[in-house]
Design a protein around this ligand. Sequence first.
Ligand SMILES: C[S@@+](CC[C@H](N)C(=O)[O-])C[C@H]1O[C@@H](n2cnc3c(N)ncnc32)[C@H](O)[C@@H]1O
Length: 479
Amino acid sequence: MSEQRTLVVAAASQSVVEKCIASVALSGKVTLLTTKKYSLPIESSTLYLDAAMFDEALEIDFPEYDSIVLVQPNDRVVSYLNVYRFLQKYNVEQVNILTPDKPVISTSVSKLLSYFSLSDVESSQVIHIDPQLIHDCVSLPQICHGQILSGDWDLDCVPFDSHISFYESLKQRVEQNVPWEDTHYFAEVLSDIRSGQSRFGCSSESDLIRHCAAMDSLFQSISEEGWIQSKAVDYVTIHISRDGKMLFADGRHRLSIAKQLKLKSIPVKVSVRHAQWVNFKAEVKSYANAFCHGRLYAPVEHPDFVEFEQTQDSSRYTLIQRNILPTSTTVLDIGSHWGYLCGFLEKFGYDCTAVEGDVKNFYFLDKLRTANQKQFKAVRTSIFDFEQSKFDAVLALNIFHHFIKTPELHKMFVTFLGKLDINEMFLQTHSTDEPQMIGAYKNYKDEEFARFVIEHSCLNRFELISDMEHGRKLFHLVK
Ligand SMILES: C[S@@+](CC[C@H](N)C(=O)[O-])C[C@H]1O[C@@H](n2cnc3c(N)ncnc32)[C@H](O)[C@@H]1O
């Protein structure tokens, strides 16, 4: 077997390189590529390069190495753009990055470069989110950018509001006109500067005063002109946890401003996704493919999902929201499927309960409810076994025709209607010529179906709200 050959690209001092190399115990033949005049105290060869190496044509045969190891003194990416470009020039794709005291990160040069590139970012990593949905922060090395990571990294989070001092201090500044110099943020950053650190590009108190004035201007400009996204490196960056929670990663100043201004939506760059979340997204996709040629019954609200085409008319959600009685606050959604409508109405302040009898549909409902941080109640049971209490409104969309297919179901349905204690119902009826109704015990046609429901429930009147796709109709029934 031929000897393993490793090229170590050293973007760090000798002591850092030695420490990193010792931590991974490289075997075989090691070649060091460095701009500094030092070599490694292990059996190795050294290629010295001038600092200008990155712009020159060099005689390095990258393909002859089995692995490329890049040593960086820290886990950030911004300072190493020239190195990544250099590797890209030689068609190096896979790299193992070593930093002191951190595990090896295996990544690709294109992922690292996508951190900087607006076009890549726009096409694949930018999503639009409501900034109020970010509650927690998690710290991951910047060099993990673009990765799908398993493990418990996403459980190790801290609350944004208390952890990011800028947010609280900005609030005081905006709402009580507190001078920056009297805020916790100013004191914290100044103390770091005095201990020798550089933070947010500030290494002196006067730098910090200028930085705070720039924050005032940024706040002013976003409040007057809205969010303007320019450079790729200026994006607010998030990670996505196993259950779809959006976790703050980078861009605290802009995110704090967006939260304070209560902006409805901002573009953010997704850096790392948890492997379980990626698997869940794939499950949704394969369900959609198996269910109806890549289409889904209703939308999936989470911003990390591409839009799926829907099989049902999407106008019905706003039609219901506009027609619901002003006195209604509690809503029961019968046969909720994946819970989109409950989540939609929750945004308008309704207290919703989703009842879904199918195990698989409930699985997706429950996961999406958590991912979208919804509060509505979700009950996995047949509506006939649901312990009923009083509700103001009932949503019965594309469901009641399932209850008229056999005499037994029909009987249970009539009993169920008789027990309803409600003020209104939205009823979406089926079309009587659908194949699923062949051989059905009863097949009530739209208005006839609305009248049947009225006859057996506490409701008294109905009106047609709209014709829907596939010959279905949406009715509003009231007391
Ligand atoms: C045709 S889908 C309609 C979904 C939703 N109402 C809509 O229009 O977007 C019917 C849903 O009702 C559920 N379902 C059927 N029978 C049920 C029952 N007895 N109790 C609760 N859910 C039921 C099905 O699993 C399915 O998710």
